[in-house]
Design a protein. Structure first.
Length: 572
């Protein structure tokens, strides 16, 4: 693609959306008259976890889609590897089918088979993925290959180090699906290698809003949601004072707004305000903002904030790991200009560069975005690498160990010493060394119930899931969670399902057991060290995750309105 538009210092007009403390909001707008439509709506969370989380999410989406439940989901909230899967699903070009992208449902595990080096094009062959299948992503990753690709991209395009990771995500994860075009004219260094497109919602949304305010933009300047999809929220985090060891603040990106929901007055590096709401994502990372009325802001845009940016930010833990191991990649963590909605236009609140981090460094389930929107029913997929176990605590009583992303939601510190949990209220936990100390949104007393139910499910050999009803939500200002309401959460924990495993043929089980290098820790593939997965590793996890959904349909909360119907009512 030839460079047709020098985007440096373009001035645009964008909408911004202030969010009051403890605001109830849908799609970033205050719609109190519409809140009754939310009573039976479902939000789905896909946790972080790299290629493992992506593979599990693919199977879970496949199962929900097969049952017709994915179309009835209003919100998807995702982190890191879950964000890779969810962003690709949301913006999948209409020319690609969902069956091709998510894979074919195989209801009977006995039909699955695997012969090494056999790529016969059958959905039951664990060694095969269709060309447009989401599961191809992990097969293209790999630690040493990724390092080489990073160096090649830097050499070719001259990316600054703090931009290199998100462009790598665009190249390796989004480009094969037609979602990461870049300007290719090396004679124009201002745009060479930069994204050619922003992203937004539907075509009619762009035409009737953004383009009316910005005549120089066209529909072709945006990646769009090309079919009815749940409303996507991608979660990441930002260092509030630009010190990489400082407190992290929650940042979210959606099709209509990006930023920090809650206000943090005077918390910036030079006393700037932070947060207070969202701005249309094409204006995120901009400079020289000028407040207009009503609810509009004029900004200068130096490059296009695109899908690779939101997914790359959410998965920046890998960049942090590479940076920590190889001095050559010092500064790999992403950095963007940021300005607050709070006191917009104040002299101290001009745009300034901030360091960003992985969403999972702060909250890895994605549940906060659902609670901030008062979604009453949530399906939370914990696609973790931690195998559930039971240990003996210091009081000689059994303690169930689960992944570190769950305990902080109930006000508990992760295990730490390996045999018991601590309440944050008990003291002895220095917030400087534990970024999760402000993540509590549920009552401490409800944690024991969840642990007991998940452990019982694990011991039964069936799916490790539990529908926790009437769960009281505690207000959490940091995440803009209003609280003082009750939700029901279906917790689905990544675990080997013995009932599914026993339905595989004995030949397949034997082959998997003998291949220790690939399957010794199935399904808990390591987040960092197993970024590259084979077709068989991907398919095995996706098939189990899909079967888990289909066989337990009766446990999955349903809704009575489709997302399409709700979107039409919201924008009417």
């Amino acid at each position: 693609m030839k460079n047709q538009d020098n985007i440096k210092n373009h001035t645009y007009t964008a909408e911004y959306f202030p969010l009051k403390d403890q605001a109830i909001s849908m799609d970033e707008r205050e719609l109190p008259e519409k809140t009754q439509t939310m009573k039976k709506n479902v939000g789905v969370c896909f946790s972080g976890g790299g290629s493992r989380a992506l593979s599990a999410a693919m199977g879970q989406m496949r199962g929900l889609n097969h049952l017709g439940l994915l179309d009835q989901t209003l919100f998807i909230s995702a982190v890191s590897g879950g964000a890779w899967a969810s962003t690709l699903y949301t913006y999948l070009p209409a020319a690609k089918t969902d069956e091709d992208f998510l894979g074919t449902v195989v209801e009977d595990p006995h039909q699955l088979w695997w012969i090494p080096l056999d790529y016969k094009a059958e959905p039951t062959n664990l060694n095969y993925l269709t060309p447009n299948n989401l599961g191809n992503v992990p097969t293209r990753l790999g630690f040493l290959d990724d390092l080489a690709q990073l160096l090649n991209l830097k050499e070719k395009y001259g990316y600054p180090m703090n931009e290199l990771w998100v462009r790598f995500i665009g190249k390796v994860i989004f480009e094969p699906f037609g979602l990461s075009a870049v300007y290719d004219n090396p004679e124009d260094p201002a745009t060479y290698g930069k994204p050619t497109k922003f992203y937004s919602l539907y075509e009619w949304y762009v035409k009737n809003g953004i383009i009316k305010r910005n005549k120089k933009l066209t529909v072709k300047d945006f990646y769009l949601v090309e079919r009815e999809r749940p409303f996507l929220v991608v979660n990441t985090s930002m260092f509030k004072d630009n010190n990489k060891g400082s407190e992290l603040l929650p940042v979210e990106s959606t099709a209509v707004g990006a930023g920090i929901r809650q206000s943090f007055p005077n918390d910036g590096p030079q006393g700037q305000d932070i947060g207070g709401g969202l701005v249309e994502p094409f204006a995120f990372g901009s400079t020289n903002q000028k407040k207009l009325e009503p609810g509009e802001v004029q900004v200068d845009v130096n490059q296009r904030f695109s899908l690779s940016d939101i997914a790359g930010l959410s998965s920046a833990a890998f960049a942090e790991f590479i940076e920590s191991k190889y001095p050559k990649f010092d500064g790999l963590l992403p950095k963007y200009n940021y300005w607050p909605i709070t006191n917009l236009g104040a002299a101290k609140n001009t745009s300034a560069p901030y360091n960003f981090a992985d969403g999972g460094n702060l909250e890895n389930t994605g549940i906060m975005a659902q609670l901030a929107r008062n979604v009453p029913t949530i399906i939370c997929f914990i696609n973790c690498e931690t195998k559930m176990k039971q240990v003996t605590g210091p009081d000689k009583k059994p303690v169930v160990v689960v992944d570190d992303m769950i305990p902080p939601l109930f006000g508990y510190a992760p295990i730490g010493d390996g045999n018991h949990y601590k309440k944050y209220a008990d003291g002895g936990i220095d917030p400087k060394y534990n970024p999760f100390n402000q993540n509590r949104v549920f009552r401490c007393d409800d944690f024991d119930t969840l642990l007991t139910k998940l452990w019982d499910a694990n011991q039964s050999g069936g799916p490790v899931m539990y529908l926790q009803k009437e769960l009281e939500v505690i207000p959490n200002p940091k995440f803009n969670v209003p609280g003082k309401n009750k939700v029901q959460v279906l917790w689905v924990y990544n675990s080997k399902i013995e009932k599914w495993w026993k339905k595989l043929t004995w030949e397949l089980r034997t082959a998997l057991d003998l291949d220790v290098l690939q399957f010794e820790n199935f399904p808990h593939y390591d987040t960092i060290l197993q970024l590259k997965l084979s077709e068989v590793q991907v398919n095995l996890l996706a098939q189990m995750s899909c079967w888990n959904i289909i066989q337990n349909e009766y446990k999955i909360p349903a809704v009575d309105k489709t997302s399409a119907e709700l979107f039409k009512s919201l924008y009417a």
